[in-house]
Structures are given as C-alpha cells and as structure tokens.
Design a protein around this ligand. Structure first.
Ligand code: NAD
Ligand code: UDP
Length: 344
C-alpha cells in the first residue's frame, strides 16, 4: 500500500476517488483550499469507507500554488509520499475565457508548484487530471490519444500545457506520469452520500437535469437541435464518476509497478456518445420523473460531439468503464434527491 497526496480531493471526482483509494488500503493526504468544495465531503467519504480509514486520511487545508502549503502536505503523518493524484484546478470553460490569468495561475502554476514540491520531497510519480477538451473541435471519432490537440480556450490550453510540462519531467528526470483525459464525468456514489455540488445555477447538463427533477429549476434548456448528430442535439461521452474513480486506482497501481521513466496519456470515457435528448429520456426512464425542456440556440463554444476511444486505457490498464447511462441517471438523482442543497 502506498502513501499518496491527493490535491483537490474534496471535489467531485476527488471525493469519489478518495473512497476507492481508502478501500484499497492506501494512506492519503488531501490538500484542498475548498475553493470549489466543502470539507463535509471528506466526512462523508469516511462515513462510507471501512472503519479503519479515518486513521489513513490526513487533511491539509491549503493552496496547491503555495510552496509552504505543499511542504506541509508532503510532511504530513503519511510521509514519505510516493505518489500524487493532482485534481486541484479550475474547470469552467466560460470562466477561463473571461479570466485566463486565473487559469494559467491555478492550472499551470499550481502544477508547476506541485512538481517543484515533488522534487524537494523525492516524489516522482503523478496522475494528472486532464480533459477531452484538449482535442478542440474534432470531427473524426472515436478520439484516440494521438489525434491532434488544438485546444480552443484557456481551460484546455492550460491543461495541455500542464500535460506537456509533466511529460518533460519524464524525459529530464525519469518521472512516472499519467495524464488522464476525462470525457464527461457524471453520476454519484450509489449511496447518495457524496456527489457533485455546483454553486449557483449549474452549467453542466447532468446537475441541471437533476435540479429540474427536484423542482429547483423549471425546465431544461437544450442548447441546439441543429448539430450534425443523430438527433441534432449535442453528443458527449458520459462516464460514471465511480468508473472514473476506479480508473485512478488502477492507474496508480500501474505506475507504482514501473521502475523507470514512464509516460502514459489515456482517454477515460465509455466509447459511446449520447445526445442531450437521449440523456433526458434515459433520466426519465430510470427515475420515473418527467424532465420538461425547451430548445434554445446553440451555446457559444460548444462542439457538436465528443467520443473517446477507450482502447488505450483497456490495453495499458486493463480497465474499461462498466456502469450504464441508467446507473449514471439513477445514482445522480439519489444524490440530488437526498441532498437538495448539496453539502450546505
Ligand atoms: P471540483 O471543482 O469539484 O474539484 C477540484 C478541487 O480542487 C476542489 O475541491 C477545489 O476546492 C480544489 N481546488 C481548486 N483550486 C485549488 C487550489 N488552488 N489549491 C487547492 N485546491 C484547489 O472539480 P472536479 O470535477 O472534481 O475536477 C477535478 C479535476 O478534473 C480538475 O482539475 C478538472 O479540471 C478536471 N476535469 C474535470 C472534468 C469534469 O467535467 N468534472 C472534466 C475533465 C477534467
Ligand atoms: N447542455 C444543454 N443544456 C444545459 C447544459 C448543457 O443542452 O443546460 C448540452 C451542451 O450543449 C452539451 C452537453 O449538454 O451538448 C454537455 O454539456 P456540459 O456542459 O454538461 O458538458 P461539456 O461537454 O460542455 O463540458
């Protein structure tokens, strides 16, 4: 079992991954400044984890851009840290267009500060949260990792730059690095105790739908029905957050077994894109709740379709997403239904 630093561990994907890593027996330090999350998520993770997990989860409140905060994390009781999962970052495309310097600062500057701290503390293994948006506006599917990456907004640009910075450390320092390009993570742990907790009106499709189901929002706005897709609405490769969480545990096991310089870049998706209207229908069927909607013009910046090839992840890790769209809808609703105000 390993001692691991999890930056951004209180967030949506981080909290689900903590649970999987605790159940696998690892000892964890979470570094989070709670800029987009609640410490209650960590309490809930411990509620769901095995009884002995509390002694294996150490919390450090701090900023991934701060050398002092990072040093506190690397010298927490779990030290020495042998690997890092780096979730901490900002993820809103529109915010990145409006405030690009924030994204270069947190997403690239934060990753650089982390890499420097890893160097100081003799740690050479990191799993990095990247994104399918690095593929820009592709028109050939499914997307494989060797396809061109012309990112079209600061969010994707900062993620690609961080991927490249870490790849350079594999070359120059012999590090072991995995960049995981997530497609559209949705759903929640089936207990409904942890889940996605956006502040304000959600930007993303799934939390918007669950809030319509809960009666908090009146109706879904479907952005565009004139895309060159099956039914004209946008298509995305939605992946259950528990599948994604398990992929991190498998990736860590893989990297920990490597002796020398290692760099892997993997798509994490199901390989099957679904349209907005298909998601609405799946949600209605899974939960027996109607989702009223209206069709609006396309949302600026949206691409028609994203769909992963999941084959590299299957080959390299022996991992495939296995949960269905129905489970994503059911588990996402279980979370929203029992936590109408998220963690607040
Ligand atoms: P999230 O916002 O729920 O989690 C990010 C966590 O990082 C939060 O707990 C936040 O408080 C923390 N954080 C932010 N800035 C920090 C800082 N400067 N110092 C310390 N902690 C900080 O997001 P998520 O959905 O869990 O995403 C996790 C990672 O995956 C992010 O890097 C995101 O860009 C990436 N990603 C997410 C998606 C998605 O659709 N959710 C898709 C692709 C990639
Ligand atoms: N979408 C929508 N209405 C919403 C939110 C999203 O029709 O209120 C559509 C969006 O145009 C895209 C898909 O749902 O085709 C997924 O959007 P989301 O914001 O969840 O993820 P993205 O892939 O844009 O990061």
């Amino acid at each position: 079992m390993a001692s691991l630093l999890i930056t951004g561990g209180a967030g949506f994907i981080g909290s689900h991954t903590l649970l999987v890593l605790l159940d696998a027996g690892h000892e964890l330090v979470v570094l989070d400044n709670f800029a987009n999350s609640s410490p209650i998520a960590l309490d809930r993770v411990l509620e769901l984890a095995s009884l002995d997990a509390a002694g294996r989860l150490h919390r450090v409140e701090g900023d991934v851009r701060s050398a002092a905060d990072l040093d506190r994390a690397f010298t927490a009781p779990a030290a020495p840290i042998t690997g890092v999962v780096h979730f901490a970052g900002r993820k809103a495309v529109r915010e990145s267009v409006e405030n690009p310097l924030l994204y270069w600062d947190v997403n690239l500057g934060g990753t650089r500060a982390l890499a420097e701290a890893m160097g100081r503390h003799g740690c050479d293994l990191v799993v990095f949260s990247s994104t399918a948006t690095v593929y820009g506006e592709p028109d050939v599917f499914p997307l494989t990792e060797s396809m061109p990456t012309p990112p079209v907004h600061p969010y994707a640009q900062t993620k690609l730059a961080a991927e490249q910075m870490l790849a350079a450390l594999v070359q120059s320092q012999g590090w072991r690095v995995a960049s995981l390009r997530y497609f559209n993570p949705v759903g929640a742990h089936p207990s409904g105790r942890i889940g996605e907790d956006p502040t304000g009106i959600p930007n993303n499709l799934f939390p918007y739908i669950t809030q319509v189901a809960a009666g908090r929002l009146e109706l879904l706005r479907v952005f565009g029905d004139d895309y060159p897709t099956r039914d004209g609405s946008g298509e995305r490769d939605y992946i259950h957050v528990m599948d994604l969480a398990e992929a991190h545990a498998v990736t860590l096991d893989h990297l920990l077994q490597q002796q020398g310089p290692t760099q892997i870049t993997l798509n994490l998706g199901t390989g099957e894109a679904r349209s907005v209207l298909e998601v609405v229908q799946a949600f209605e069927q899974a939960n027996g709740i109607p989702i009223p909607y209206e069709v609006l013009p396309r949302r600026a910046g949206d691409v028609p379709k994203l769909e992963a090839s999941p084959e590299s992840a299957a080959q390299v890790l022996g991992w495939r997403a296995r949960r269905t769209l129905e489970e994503m809808c059911r588990d996402g609703w279980a979370w929203q239904h029992s936590n109408p105000n998220g963690y607040r």
